[in-house]
Structure formats: structure tokens, C-alpha cells
Design a binder for this molecule. Structure first.
Ligand code: AP5
Ligand code: ZN
Length: 217
């Protein structure tokens, strides 16, 4: 099945998508990760995206849709994908419907992770990631068993994102409310929307998502 995870920055999309990937053999497709990879690789799209991402604005639909289309065409995606951070505009949602139709597939569920704006700032400012395997952590809410050592791969290099600072978080939130929140109605209208209280603990949210995904697959 193909699923969409909707939610503001810091809602837990990446955290939950990685767990669903492990539990259901779905492929996590994060346009944020794909864009950050393009920025580090210095591709033309990456060069255009860099400043926009650092300002906390949305990268153009054209660039993001092209990146997503290429990734979705890779063979592993046939087992089903969890879209994390895409679509983020109505134009992207319509493009996704088209891409899915071309593949003879569809979006089985759009899961909206609902959190308070105040919580997002705390979540984002405490976030860090293992450089080796991409596992996500938090200074308070998700610490590795051994401080500074990744639970998953044993790596000891941890990184923080350039856009995880207080000013950029405000812009990202504004972009979410103005451009992405309308997709909640978009998917509700298609009858595939599921709302989840993402203020709960990581494990509680994960259990709820497990139930939803089981029903959708
Ligand atoms: P992207 O990488 O998608 O970032 P985002 O949407 O801002 O989402 P985050 O990765 O910040 O949050 P998350 O929901 O994944 O939370 P996480 O699980 O890490 O996008 C970055 C930029 O790229 C955008 O600003 C834009 O410029 C561009 N971009 C990307 N896609 C685009 C698109 N489609 N169109 C245009 N531009 C695009 O959790 C956060 C922290 O909280 C972690 O530390 C975690 O451990 C902790 N946590 C998670 N859940 C809980 C919980 N339940 N309780 C307590 N702590 C928790
Ligand atoms: Zn790791």
C-alpha cells in the first residue's frame, strides 16, 4: 500500500516513517532527505534548493515533483511507499495522484499527525541524527542507550540540521499552515484521511499507526 504522512515540521513524520518501514517493509520517501542529498551532492536542483531550505520556505513544486517522480520509478518502491513530507502543496498532491495513476496504484491512507505549534519548536531544537544510518534522536525525548552512540549502527558521529533553528522553524510553520494544511481537506474529500494525536509519546503514536497501516495493507 502507498501512504502519505502529513504533519507540520517536528510532528514526527520521519520518526514514524522509519518505524513503519521496519515493521511493514514499506519504503520511506522523504522529500526533505532527497533534497538534502541533492544539496550535498551539489546537483543543479540542490543548488537551487539550498537557500530556500535554509530560509524555511518551500522548494518549488517543479523541483520537488521531479525528484519524487525519479525516486518513485525505482523498483524498490513497488513494495509500497510511505511519503514523508510530500505532498506539501495542492499542486504536488495533484501531481502525486497522476504519478500513482500511471503506476496503477493509489494512496490508501493519508495520515495527519496533529501537534501543537509550541511542541514543534521543542522537538525540532532538540533533534539530532546519526550520520552513519540516519536514525533520528532527541536530547530529551529519544536518547540512545549509550550516550553519543547510535543504537542502530553503533556510529558515533551525530549531526544537527542547518534549518533546525528558532527563526527557520517559524518560517517552516508558516509555510505549513499556509500551503500544506489545506491538504487535510483534500484527502478528507477523497475519503482516505486519518487523524492521529501526535502529542502522545513516540511509542503510543507508533502503536496507533501500526493499527492504521495494518488495516490499509
Ligand atoms: P523536511 O525534511 O520534510 O522537514 P519538516 O517537514 O520540517 O519535518 P521534520 O523533518 O522537521 O520533522 P518530522 O515531522 O519528520 O519530525 P521528526 O520525526 O524528525 O523538509 C525540510 C525542508 O525541505 C522544508 O522546509 C522545505 O524547504 C524542503 N521540502 C521538503 N519537502 C518538500 C516538498 N514536498 N515541497 C517543497 N519543499 C520541500 O521528529 C522531530 C523530533 O521530535 C525528533 O528529535 C524526534 O525524536 C522527536 N519526536 C518525534 N515524535 C515525538 C513524540 N511523539 N514525542 C516527543 N518527541 C518526538
Ligand atoms: Zn546509526
Amino acid at each position: 500500500a502507498n501512504l502519505v504522512l502529513l504533519g507540520p515540521p517536528g510532528a514526527g513524520k520521519g520518526t514514524q516513517a522509519r518505524m513503519l518501514e521496519d515493521a511493514f517493509g514499506l519504503v520511506q520517501l522523504s522529500t526533505g532527505d532527497l533534497l538534502r542529498a541533492a544539496v550535498s551532492a551539489g546537483t543543479e536542483a540542490g543548488q537551487q534548493a539550498k537557500a530556500v531550505m535554509e530560509a524555511g520556505d518551500l522548494v518549488s513544486d517543479e523541483i520537488v515533483i521531479a525528484i519524487l517522480r525519479d525516486r518513485l520509478a525505482e523498483p524498490d518502491c513497488a513494495q509500497g511507499v510511505i511519503l514523508d513530507g510530500f505532498p506539501r502543496t495542492t499542486v504536488q498532491a495533484e501531481a502525486l495522484d497522476g504519478l500513482m495513476a500511471d503506476l496503477g496504484a493509489g494512496i490508501r491512507a493519508a495520515i495527519s499527525l496533529e501537534v501543537d505549534d509550541a511542541a514543534m519548536v521543542t522537538r525540532i531544537s532538540g533533534r539530532y541524527t546519526c550520520a552513519g544510518c540516519g536514525e533520528g534522536y532527541h536530547d530529551t525525548f529519544k536518547t540512545p542507550a549509550v550516550e553519543g552512540t547510535c543504537d542502530k549502527c553503533g556510529g558515533t558521529e551525530m549531526i544537527r540540521r542547518a534549518d533546525d533553528n528558532a527563526e527557520t522553524v517559524e518560517s517552516r510553520l508558516r509555510a505549513y499552515h499556509a500551503q500544506t494544511a489545506p491538504l487535510i481537506d483534500y484527502y478528507d474529500g477523497k475519503g482516505v484521511l486519518v487523524r492521529v494525536d501526535a502529542m502522545a509519546e513516540i511509542g503510543t503514536v507508533a502503536q496507533e499507526l501500526n493499527t492504521i497501516v495494518k488495516q490499509a495493507t
